[in-house]
Design a binder for this molecule. Sequence first.
Ligand code: CP
Length: 319
Amino acid sequence: MNQDADAQLKTFPHRHFLSCDGLTAPEINFLLDLADEAADRNRTVDKKRDVLDGKTVINLFFEASTRTQASFDLAGKRLGADVMNMLVASSSVQKGETLIDTAVTLNAMRPDIIVVRHHSAGAVELLSQKVVDCAVVNAGDGAHQHPTQALLDALTIRRAKGRIDGLTVAICGDILHSRVARSNINLLNAMSARVRIIAPSTLLPSNSDRLGAEVYTDMWKGLEDVDVVMMLRLQHERMDGAYVPSSREFFHFFGLDHEKLARAKPDALIMHPGPMNRGVEIASTVADHSRSVVREQVEMGVAVRMAVLEALSANLPQT
Ligand code: CP
């Protein structure tokens, strides 16, 4: 890690927050430091600040979400913004309006930040090119990127382990359909962690050897001596056929149970971005293990989204 570069970075040098690909360690540390402060403040009675006073944030979610949408909503409100949650199910999208027309319509209402989740990879970046004055945050686009998830995972790891560099992190399960895996691989590599991906060959992308991770198809081997185990659910909504023989067989070979967990370091963290499918990718007792930090991940989600909104607000046009 370049500590001089960390110290020199006073503001986040991006107008939008779309991907972890290309983020530098100083930029990531800048956001994690902001989020760390927010996480501590969120544990006090004095949670609110006014850094987004007078600003408008629109949450535009074309896909289901519990954690991401709720935490962007809370994050905006804790920073003093006016937050509007667009209900796509009852919007004109249902009448055939295109993503771009929806974006241009919302842009005409002069929001400062639009947070977007969409089922198509690349849709959020496309939208960012069509809006004029506001910042766009990617809250998950297809199997492409989910950058604030990777940031909250990094903050959870850093707070639990005191560092990220030099740790070995195993990301396990449905890598093929996972935007969480792609964002985490980018971010963890930028932070000098060692990344492993573990999955059956049917759930690995064809370019898995070029993702920046060691590839394993045997979970017992892949978990050997890792510091962090990150589990992923089977993302059926992005599947167009059968990728595993059955949930039961998937759990036997790739579900995190106590026996497989014993291969990892004795103090290994257990993580899951949620929503969890207990008994499919993770045993219920492992999900509730004393080393599981799933609830901390949710807590850090609010802090990280506060950091991203605050960082982007510094680059908003002043008019
Ligand atoms: N981890 C995550 O993105 O969860 P949601 O789908 O509930 O937002």
